[in-house]
Design a protein around this ligand. Structure first.
Ligand code: TEU
Ligand code: CA
Length: 540
């Protein structure tokens, strides 16, 4: 196993729009982030993944970029950005920027040119097709409802947009597009950033013969070229966001000798409580979540690497979705953190996860800000009862993870002195950073301890992962081993107390407890109890 700093790191996902406003306009900004860096240093994270801060009309909250080399005025200036990079490095923290290059905004100069005429030099920067029998070129659907093709009157052709109409897909088969992107990446890397999170990067190569747009051979060719021409020239980290990969298809992106990416965000565990349609809920079963996480632990080779995450800005908050955010919020948040951080891979913490922020109660669709929810409601409101539709969208609305960071119990949770761009979760009065820092048993200090452990104990990073069958429902265990050290991780993933004599059943002799969310050492595990114990095998 080759040692790397990005295997040993802990990433904090920072959603700039909702982190800290500094000028009272209700929108988080870069000076606001800079004012909070010491808080992140206190937590101990080593890297920040910054969601997009580039110029954008915000049709998809910054994932529709109109200028890759300009900072959006609402977030600040390029000088602010350069200060942020410097201030992070001064604190021994690294910065991952969000690379959104499957598509641009339709307000990007390239698209404004491209749509002017069929022979415009920028025409082939995007994907234009003739109508087929007067209709869309194929049946591809947008992630944000409706067809993935938009008809453009000016030239009588359709352009492809796998996301919103205002997010036209770039044509990666065009070498000029690839050169433009590589130049832009170099521009940012030369400013000293430490890597990229790459948005839906497995969509960039399309195959119109087989009508597929994920994980295509041309995508791998382009990523290898990107690695050769740009990535390999810097000591950086890359994480690809890749919906619909399996451990087998993921290997083709992250196996070291492929020279493409370092790790991926896979999505398999993000579907454990919904149908393929994210707004059709289904019953959540902890064993399904654990089985998927374990599958990814066991089926990526030693020359590959996992990311570890339970939520992000596209998913709902982990303690509400996978834990119990009412009776056992602190205990279940700490159990989920133990389950994740004790696995093999680089852990990602969504802003607010470290203080157990929860999903929000939405009172009307006017409170929504996310195009995904809004379009889905519009598309379905004629087909079903409005209240039921509203409720099932709320269950998995991306806005749940995008409400403002809860700093204290003052107005707007200390996020802004103005009117916040999206509502603050009403529970900010008792769930906030100030309260967490004052409570030595808080979720914050538990995360801080997990992060410190990862820095001190190589077994957490480089130890092997071995499933352990407890034979009990919703009581999970796994073993980490490294250079003779063995840690047994035990998780009572339920509200019930459970007797489990792991030493007798599993043939281990228990040593020191490394970390636990309870002061308990008995074989009667409490609700959502997590315990990590140094063990030796009885036969050792
Ligand atoms: O997400 C891609 C993606 O697959 C999910 O957004 C999914 O399509 C969405 O949650 C609807 O189900 C990335 C970004 O993380 C997301 O914020 C952007 O909206 C999207 O790409 C387009 O850039
Ligand atoms: Ca602001």
């Amino acid at each position: 196993m080759i040692k790397k700093w990005w295997k040993e790191g802990i990433v904090y996902q920072l959603y700039p729009r909702s982190f800290q406003d500094s000028n009272g306009d209700g929108v988080g900004d870069i000076p606001g982030i800079i004012s909070r860096l010491d808080y992140l240093k206190e937590l101990g994270v080593t890297m920040i993944w910054l969601n997009p801060v580039y110029q954008s009309p915000n049709d998809d909250m910054g994932y529709d970029i109109s200028d890759y080399r300009q900072i959006s005025a609402e977030f600040g200036t390029m000088e602010d950005m350069e200060t942020l990079i410097r201030e992070l490095h001064n604190r021994d923290m690294k910065l991952l920027m969000d690379l959104v290059v499957n598509h641009t905004s339709d307000e990007h100069q390239w698209f404004l040119e491209s749509r002017k005429s069929k022979d415009n030099p920028y025409r082939d920067y995007y994907i234009w097709k003739e109508p087929v029998e007067g209709k869309e070129p194929n049946d591809w659907q947008s992630s944000f409802s409706g067809s993935a093709w938009e008809y453009d009157e000016t030239t009588g052709q359709y352009y492809l947009h796998l996301f919103s109409k205002k997010q036209p897909d770039l044509n990666w088969d065009n070498p000029k597009v690839r050169e433009e992107i590589y130049d832009m990446m170099t521009f940012w890397l030369d400013k000293g950033i430490d890597g990229f999170r790459m948005d839906v990067i497995n969509y960039i190569g399309k195959n119109f013969k087989t009508n597929e747009h994920m994980n295509q051979a041309n995508t791998h060719a382009y990523l290898h070229e990107m690695n050769e021409k740009v990535l390999s020239k810097y000591d950086i980290m890359t994480v690809g966001e890749t919906p619909c990969v399996t451990p087998e298809s993921a290997t083709l992106f992250v196996k070291e000798d492929r020279e493409e990416l370092n790790m991926l965000f896979q999505f398999e565990h993000m579907g454990v409580d919904t149908m393929a349609d994210r707004y059709v809920p289904r019953e959540f079963n902890p064993k399904e979540l654990m089985d998927i996480l374990e599958k990814w632990q066991m089926n990526l080779g030693d020359d590959c690497w996992n990311s570890l995450y339970l939520n992000n800005h596209d998913q709902t908050r982990a303690v509400s979705r996978f834990g119990n955010d009412t009776k056992y919020r602190k205990e279940s948040a700490k159990m989920l953190a133990t389950m994740l951080h004790m696995q093999k891979g680089t852990p990602y913490i969504l802003q607010g996860e470290e203080i157990g922020m929860t999903n929000c109660v939405w009172n009307s669709k006017e409170e929504w800000r996310d195009i995904s929810s809004i379009n889905y409601f519009t598309e379905n409101q004629e087909k079903e009862e409005e209240e039921a539709l509203f409720e099932r969208i709320n269950y998995n609305s991306r806005d749940n993870s995008r409400t403002p960071m809860q700093w204290n119990d003052k107005d707007n949770a200390g996020f802004t002195t103005g009117k916040p761009w999206i509502k603050v979760n009403e529970n900010y009065k008792n769930i906030n950073v100030e309260e967490a820092l004052a409570d030595k048993e808080s979720i914050f200090y538990y995360y801080k301890k997990l992060i410190a452990l990862r820095k001190e104990r190589p077994i957490m990073v480089y130890g092997s992962y071995q499933p352990v069958n407890t034979g009990m429902e919703n009581f999970f265990a796994f073993l980490r081993e490294y250079e003779g050290e063995k840690w047994l991780v035990l998780l009572n993933y339920s509200e019930e107390e459970k007797n489990y004599e792991f030493d007798k059943h599993l043939g281990f002799t228990a040593g020191k407890t490394i970390i636990s969310n309870y002061e308990n050492g008995t074989n009667r595990f409490l609700p959502y109890e997590a315990r990590v114990i140094e063990v030796t095998r009885k036969c050792d």
